[in-house]
Structures are given as structure tokens and as C-alpha cells.
Design a protein around this ligand. Structure first.
Ligand SMILES: O=C(O)C(=O)C[C@]1(C(=O)O)C=C[C@@H](O)C=C1
Length: 384
């Protein structure tokens, strides 16, 4: 394609207008600085009062007002909403730096078993930001364990799933009865049982539904499976809410069943997807060249798995024997669907599609709307 011709006037006009745009962008930058400073002050007020970092009602009313004002100014309401949501993500990080109110000042210290792991590190940081003294106990510290546990008010176990129950049973039997015992494992029934068996005091199972790289807990979900003595660890739930997370109370068995689909089956199929690309010797550069944003997003979801630890995913996938059924069912459904294809039964495929679409119901259009925003972000990130 020929390069468009730029005459002198076009060049001058563009330069002048771009100068004005630079100027507006610089003003935006100053306004951003001003907003960040104000948010810092909000963070300090919230810190003093123990108010959660995430204020959903305020966000909803602010977004509704700005959308209305935007529409009146002939600015896309979605544009201002996108910008404000991005800014609020920044606020969560900013307000976090101020620290958080400490709900339980007379706790004694916290011990994080597996504190050198990434999730342990995140909880340790959040607890420290809230004024608690945190001691880490990792693989090489067991000979000093007695001293580390002495006077602890809360012990949090966050070690690989494959060794969690064993470790709880063999190492955590001597805690004082007043000490709270908690775990962050991504399965809940067995660790909860192990903790209840070995410890006479308060017990709670937690499953943070996010990776350790979130930056802030605002809007993240932490699943809570009650063990015993809720009144003793109610403060911990309040503390997690102050960090901005939403608590979802769940039955451990039900949670674990959901994990067979949400984690084991899902991660396993991502693994197979990657395995297949590898065996097909797919040229990723080439695939990216031809990929629509949705394919790119999918490739990113699969590829990110292989940027992480194989042990972590093995642990998640092997955690429950029952996941084999969920994964086996998936394989059966895949084979049955493949039969439709092999037999050239196009109408059969369409009928099956419609049956599933009906089952998804209102979720299908909701997911379409949500993914549209994600796909636009994927496109925005392209450079050059
Ligand atoms: O108004 C607040 O409470 C804030 O913390 C500020 C702010 C914002 O950036 O506007 C950030 C987080 C809250 O969820 C709501 C709003």
C-alpha cells in the first residue's frame, strides 16, 4: 500500500493538534496525581476507622453519576466507567500502602507455616500491614518450631496440598488450646478434618480464590469453611474484609466438589491443550499472527499455566481422587461430540449446541458482555 502523502499544511495541522492533545494529556496526568493524593487521604481515614478498602456502594453511585454526566456531555458512559474502574484498581493499591486497622490487638503473634511460599508471603504482608507480628516457619525451621510457636495466637498453614494433612497431623498437635489454627489450602474437607483432629481449639479453613500476584485483596473472594470456635476467629474474618475481600462461607464438601470442575478439570484441560500444541509442533508466533483476540486470550490462559510451577498444578490436579471422575466425564463428552463430527451429523451438533445454550440461559449473554470488555482490553494492549 502506498504511504499517504503528507503535504506541509497537513503536517503543520497535525503537529499543532497533537501539541494540544499532549497538553490535555499532561493536564490529565496532574489530575491523576491529585486524585491519587486524595485517595491516599481516604486510605488514612479508613485505616484509622477500620473501614474496608473496597466500598461497593460508593463505587456504584459514583459510576452511575459519572455515566450520566458523560452522556450529557456526549462522552461515552462506558469510557468514563472504564477509566474510573482502572483508577479504582490503583486506589486499592494506594490505600493498601497506608496499612490497615488491626482488629485484634491482643492476639500474640501469627505463625505462617510455609511463609516463604508466595501465598504465605502475601498473607504475611497483609497481616504485617495490619500491625500483627508475623513469624514464618519454613522447611528448614522445624528444629526451632517450639520457640516459633511459643505465644502464637494464630497459626496459618500454607504448604503444598500433597503434604498439608500429613504436616498438620504430625507437627501441629502441641499448639495451646487458645491458638487459632487455619489453612489456605485449595481443597478444604481433608485439611479441615486433619486440623480438627489434631487441635482442640478454634479451627477455620480458608481458600483464597486468587493467586499471590493480585497486588490487593480488594474485590477478591476468600472461601471460609468453619471448623470450630467461630467466635474466636470472627476477628480474622473482619480483618480479611478490611483488606477488601469478600468472604463466601461454604460447606467444605460442596467447595471441594466445585473445585473438581473449577480447578482440576479446568487446569487439566488447559494442560492437555498445551500438550497438544506442543505435540502438533504448533508455531506460536504464527498462531498469534492469525489469532483473533478471543484466541489470543485463550492462548494466554493456557500459556500462563506453563509459566508457573508444575508442582503447584500437579498438586491441584491430584488433590482429590474424585477429580478423575470429572475429568473422565469430560473425555466421554469430548468423544461423544467427536462422533457427531465424524459421522457428519451437522444437525446433531446444532441441536446439542442449542440444548447447552438453553441450559446456560441468561449466563450466556452475560458472559458475552463480560468477555467483550476483556477482548477489547486484549486489543488495546497490542503495540506496533
Ligand atoms: O471513596 C472511597 O471509599 C475510596 O476508597 C476511594 C475509591 C476511589 O478511588 O474513588 C476507591 C475504592 C473504593 O472502593 C471506592 C472509591
Amino acid at each position: 500500500m502506498d504511504k499517504p502523502q503528507m503535504n506541509e499544511k497537513t503536517t503543520d495541522d497535525l503537529e499543532k493538534l497533537r501539541g494540544h492533545i499532549d497538553n490535555v494529556d499532561q493536564q490529565l496526568l496532574h489530575l491523576l496525581r491529585k486524585r491519587l493524593d486524595l485517595v491516599g487521604q481516604v486510605g488514612a481515614v479508613k485505616h484509622a476507622a477500620g473501614v474496608p478498602i473496597y466500598a461497593p456502594e460508593r463505587e456504584a453511585s459514583m459510576l452511575a453519576k459519572r455515566r450520566e454526566e458523560a452522556a450529557n456531555m456526549n462522552v461515552s458512559p462506558q469510557l468514563i466507567e472504564d477509566i474510573l474502574r482502572r483508577l479504582m484498581r490503583e486506589s486499592y493499591l494506594n490505600e493498601k500502602d497506608v496499612g490497615f486497622k488491626q482488629v485484634k490487638a491482643d492476639l500474640g503473634h501469627v505463625v505462617i507455616v510455609g511463609g516463604e511460599g508466595k501465598l504465605g508471603g502475601l498473607f504475611s504482608q497483609m497481616l504485617r500491614l495490619s500491625g500483627y507480628q508475623v513469624k514464618s516457619l519454613d522447611k528448614d525451621d522445624w528444629q526451632r518450631a517450639e520457640a516459633i510457636f511459643d505465644g502464637a495466637g494464630l497459626v496459618i498453614v500454607t504448604v503444598p496440598i500433597s503434604i498439608t494433612c500429613e504436616l498438620i497431623a504430625s507437627k501441629l498437635g502441641q499448639l495451646p488450646e487458645s491458638c487459632i489454627l487455619a489453612d489456605l489450602t485449595s481443597i478444604k474437607a481433608k485439611p479441615l478434618d486433619a486440623m480438627l483432629t489434631v487441635h482442640k481449639g478454634p479451627v477455620v479453613g480458608l481458600h483464597p480464590m486468587f493467586g499471590p500476584d493480585v497486588g490487593s485483596l480488594a474485590k477478591q473472594v476468600v472461601v471460609v469453611c468453619h471448623g470450630r470456635g467461630q467466635e474466636s476467629y470472627q476477628w480474622l474474618m473482619e480483618q480479611i474484609k478490611i483488606w477488601g475481600a469478600r468472604l463466601v462461607e461454604a460447606d467444605a464438601q460442596k467447595h471441594d466438589k466445585a473445585m473438581q470442575l473449577v480447578q482440576a478439570m479446568r487446569h487439566f484441560s488447559s494442560f492437555v491443550y498445551g500438550l497438544n500444541l506442543y505435540r502438533e509442533a504448533a508455531d506460536i508466533d504464527n498462531l498469534l499472527q492469525f489469532s483473533s483476540p478471543i484466541y489470543r486470550l485463550e492462548l494466554a490462559m493456557v500459556g500462563r499455566l506453563f509459566a508457573q510451577s508444575p508442582e503447584l498444578y500437579a498438586d491441584i490436579i491430584y488433590a482429590q481422587r474424585e477429580s478423575l471422575t470429572a475429568i473422565g466425564d469430560y473425555l466421554d463428552n469430548y468423544s461423544q461430540a467427536l462422533e457427531l463430527l465424524k459421522s457428519g451429523n451437522r444437525q446433531g451438533f446444532i441441536d446439542q449446541f442449542e440444548e447447552v445454550a438453553n441450559w446456560f440461559g441468561d449466563f450466556a449473554p452475560q458472559f458475552q458482555r463480560e468477555s467483550r470488555a476483556m477482548l477489547q482490553s486484549v486489543n488495546d494492549m497490542k503495540a506496533g
